[in-house]
Design a protein around this ligand. Structure first.
Ligand SMILES: [Zn+2]
Ligand SMILES: [Zn+2]
Ligand SMILES: [Zn+2]
Length: 260
C-alpha cells in the first residue's frame, strides 16, 4: 500500500437509477427508449477514490458491470446503506474481487443490514456444504455513530429513515451521499453543513411513501445550503435533458464524476 500523498478525492456515480434500473424491462416510454446515455441508469452506487484507495457504497445487482466498466480490481472497503436488493444484490460478485485481491473485503454496515444480508446470502455465513466456486469472503465491521477512517478517507455515518427502515448516508470531506431516504432527523443536520456536493435521493417528481420526490429532496437539501445538489436513484419518469430544475440542482447520471 502506497502512502496517502494526496487529499484529492474523486467521486464517480456508478449508478443513478431506481430499484428497477432504467430502461425498465418492457417499458416503451420516451426515457426508456431514449438513446441519450444519460438516460441509461444502473442501480444506485458510488465509487470514492484517492491516490491509493478504492471504496464503493453498496453492491447493486449491476455491481459486476459497474466494476468492469470502471476497471476496478481492488476495493479497500464496501459501505452499505441498507439491505434492499437494489443495494445488496451484487454481493455474491465480490468473489471475483476476492480472487483478484487474494484476500477478504472489508465491509461496513449497520446491524439491521447485516441481519438481512445473512438471510439473503445465507451460504456466505455458513460452513460450506462442498468446495466449489467459493463464497463471498468479507470481514464485517458494525457501524456506530463514530467516523470511520479508511486510508485517510473519513466516513461520517448519517442516520436516516427510508419509510420506516433505518438507512445510512455518508459524509466524506465536503461531500455527502444520502440515497434511499425520505426523512433525515434534525439531530443529523450538524453533520451536513458546509457541503460542496450533496447527492440525495430524489426519485421522481411525484411523491412516494419511502423516497423523497424532486421537490422534497430539493427542499431538504436546501436546509443544508450545499453548493451543488445532485438528485439520484432516478426513475424513468424524467428524461435527463428535460428535467426542469432550479439553479444549483441537477440530475445524477451514470459515470458523472467530481472531485472534492
Ligand atoms: Zn434503492
Ligand atoms: Zn419507461
Ligand atoms: Zn431502498
Amino acid at each position: 500500500m502506497l502512502p496517502n500523498t494526496s487529499k484529492q478525492i474523486k467521486i464517480t456515480i456508478l449508478g443513478s437509477g431506481t430499484s428497477s434500473g432504467v430502461p425498465l424491462i418492457g417499458c416503451k416510454c420516451a426515457t426508456c427508449r431514449s438513446i441519450d446515455p444519460h438516460d441509461k441508469r444502473l442501480r444506485a452506487s458510488l465509487l470514492i477514490q484517492s491516490d491509493n484507495t478504492n471504496i464503493i457504497i453498496d453492491t447493486t445487482p449491476d455491481f459486476r458491470m459497474q466494476m468492469l466498466q470502471n476497471e476496478i480490481d481492488y476495493l479497500d472497503a464496501i459501505f452499505f446503506t441498507h439491505p434492499h436488493f437494489d443495494h445488496i444484490g451484487g454481493f455474491d460478485d465480490i468473489r471475483a474481487l476476492n480472487f483478484a485481491m487474494h484476500k477478504e473485503i472489508q465491509v461496513y454496515l449497520n446491524q439491521y443490514t447485516l441481519d438481512k444480508l445473512h438471510k439473503s446470502f445465507y451460504y456466505a455465513f455458513e460452513v460450506p456444504e462442498q468446495m466449489g466456486g467459493g463464497v463471498p469472503l468479507c470481514t464485517h465491521h458494525l457501524i456506530t455513530d463514530d467516523p470511520i477512517d479508511i486510508n485517510g478517507l473519513v466516513f461520517t455515518p448519517i442516520n436516516m429513515f427510508h419509510g420506516r427502515i433505518p438507512d445510512l448516508g455518508y459524509r466524506i470531506g465536503n461531500f455527502a451521499y444520502l440515497t434511499d431516504t425520505n426523512f433525515i432527523p434534525e439531530s443529523e443536520y450538524p453533520k451536513l453543513q458546509n457541503l460542496d456536493f450533496l447527492v440525495i435521493d430524489g426519485l421522481r417528481p411525484r411523491p412516494h411513501p419511502t423516497h423523497f420526490s424532486f421537490d422534497e429532496a430539493i427542499a431538504q437539501a436546501k436546509t443544508f445550503n450545499p453548493k451543488r445538489i445532485i438528485l439520484t436513484h432516478l426513475t424513468h419518469d424524467v428524461k435527463h435533458s428535460e428535467a426542469d430544475l432550479p439553479d444549483g440542482v441537477e440530475l445524477a447520471y451514470d459515470g458523472m464524476q467530481f472531485s472534492v
